[in-house]
Design a protein around this ligand. Structure first.
Ligand code: 48F
Length: 251
């Protein structure tokens, strides 16, 4: 029995790692923008892989607003919340949402749409080619190895598109900006100005360089936009927008 447990786990996990050695789209980060992007990209028929450093879903959702278990969204996000079956109550011209429900339902719909989510995996670098400059995938490492500080070489996952949905640090774009001639730099986000941030992040959501895209708070870090606090409509709308942009580029 014990040996069969080991074989069953390692055989099936290995089969999927081999299958996902090449994907259409890799989304880095299973926060609100990444999971929203995953659902809409996967349901368009693209082979979609989400890589998440932690062993959980939702990124910054779970902390609510300073650990109060609610978050808010603008009414513009209603259609997306409805697509995901996420309940909301209208209050003070905002939609109030239960943080646990939002994390769970974003993940369920992303998975049901066909996206594969791998937990405990960190993206530490990108694969690139020059002439023309393009990002072709990512270098990945177990998060446990990353945390341990052991020197272990990563392995590679190729894809036609990589979406940086890593949040405030824009980790994928930052490493690319340091290590390849991207001609972008990542100045980081500005202090809070909620309504401006919500609007401008959606506006600036898009392609960084061929094969590399930004969604969610990574867009704020890339374009020096303000943060917005525990209001999440912009994250969902940004995730949906990047799905359309990527789908159009890959079609
Ligand atoms: O931070 P996060 O929730 O990003 P987001 O989708 O949403 C931001 C909001 O939560 C909030 C806000 C706006 O309302 O201000 O902060 O932009 O989720 C990012 C996810 O990416 C994972 C990280 O663990 C988190 O779950 N992540 C970050 N870097 C890496 C990563 C990496 N290098 N490899 C894998 N996962």
């Amino acid at each position: 029995m014990e040996a069969e447990i080991t074989r069953a786990i390692i055989e099936s996990a290995s089969e999927e790692w081999v299958e996902f050695a090449e994907s259409d789209v890799i989304i880095v980060g299973a926060g609100p923008s990444g999971l929203t992007a995953a659902k809409y990209i996967a349901e368009k028929g693209f082979k979609t892989l989400v890589l998440e450093r932690r062993l959980s879903f939702g990124g910054g959702i779970g902390g609510g607003g300073m650990l109060f278990h609610k978050i808010v969204a603008e009414t513009e996000a209603k259609d997306i919340l409805d697509d995901f079956g996420i309940a909301y109550k209208e209050r003070r011209n905002l939609l109030v949402i239960d943080a646990a429900e939002m994390m769970a339902k974003l993940a369920v719909k992303a998975i049901d749409s066909g996206a594969k989510i791998l937990h405990g995996v960190s993206v530490e670098d990108v694969i690139f080619r020059e002439d023309p400059l393009a990002v072709k995938g990512v270098c990945v490492q177990w998060s446990a190895v990353e945390i341990s500080g052991l020197h272990v070489d990563p392995i590679f996952l190729r894809s036609r598109a990589v979406v940086d949905a890593t949040g405030h640090d824009a980790e994928v774009i930052s490493v690319a900006a340091r290590k390849i001639p991207l001609e972008v730099h990542v100045p980081g986000e500005r202090s809070a100005h909620s309504e401006v941030a919500e609007k401008e992040i959606v506006e600036k959501t898009g392609k960084v360089v061929k094969g590399l895209y930004a969604a969610g708070m990574a867009v704020a870090a890339l374009h020096n936009l303000p943060r917005m606090g525990p209001i999440f409509g912009g994250m969902l709308i940004s995730g949906k927008k990047i799905a359309d942009v990527v789908a159009e580029d890959l079609s």
